[in-house]
Design a protein around this ligand. Sequence first.
Ligand code: SF4
Length: 378
Amino acid sequence: MAGIYIHVPFCQSRCAYCDFYSTTLLRHREAYVETVCHELLHRSAELGGEPIGTIYFGGGTPSTLTAKEIGKILDTIVDVYTIANAQDLEITLEANPDDLTEEYVAALRTLPINRISMGIQSFHDRTLRLVGRRHTATEAIEAVHRCQRMGLTNISIDLMYGLPGETMDDWSYSLDQAIALKVPHISAYHLTYEEDTRLWRMKEQGLVAPIGEEQSIEAFNLLRTRLLAAGYEHYEISNFALPDRHSRHNSSYWKGTLYIGIGPGAHSYDGNSRRWNLGDLGEYIATPHDEDVPHEAEHLTTDERYDERVITELRTAQGIDLERLLTDFGKRYHTHCMHCAEPYIHRGQLVLTADNHLRLTPESIFVSDAVMRDLLYV
Ligand code: SF4
């Protein structure tokens, strides 16, 4: 089954840490929705009739779109693509808590949206203000309760740790609040100071300081311990879910499933090549409707596909499926993988499971980047 990702590039304002492609030019929304529908039509042959199992509206801030605009995009998808099973289609909408008013949630309920991914990040108003988020902790909690009350219970929340000025007690409090919401899915990311963001400039000016490695590890360990104790499964480095509540859309990325990315800045993957639309809304909406939108593409070599496989599967709790690796890439790559993994297995940082998977041990998750680098081919 394949997935469709729709990149919605609008935000009401820019957060201090964010380097995703987005714009505050909301007046172009209508032209954007028109172009998305044309791009969906124009690229419909790319999936070769493969049925769609998941649709994901990511951003940016998809909740800047009206329900009518979202509905128009969904109608186009249903008209043009083969849907695997309409009853079982996972349709996620990323949303900012302050957009999820009673009226907006009610409008969403008229659509087949069945999963909300909410960017909460922190339960401390001081931090939220510092990083430029528009909501308060109370508004975030109320938004989750409102969605639950109105029947949108399949909710994922995003949290961030390592935020400037936050102590371990602050992080512990945020975890308490997250667990109390009883949502089925929690994603948690360590803050990174991306170059040229507002937060990066604040760091350069000495106005904020990144936390030390020791505190990062402590925060990650606390996250893992607390969520496991609350019944969540740690199924991917940054993702936790109650049993059977994994994100099907994101899981398909990690399994290397075919997906098509629509909208400015969206990425697509067909098993052999990657394509990325240019992150330029002006050029995107100026595309003549019978032409493909501005994009670039690259064909992946076998070495690059092997690297992709290692990076994505090692991020998951199951790890690298060595049987599948051998079948798909042959003995040379399998031998390379095992040869490079050997010292890590010896040090107890990687484990070879009885069902022939190679996975990170909980203690080594935090240094996973270094382990992955050493297993690559290129
Ligand atoms: S973090 Fe999300 S809401 Fe904030 S600027 Fe980036 S895309 Fe927009």
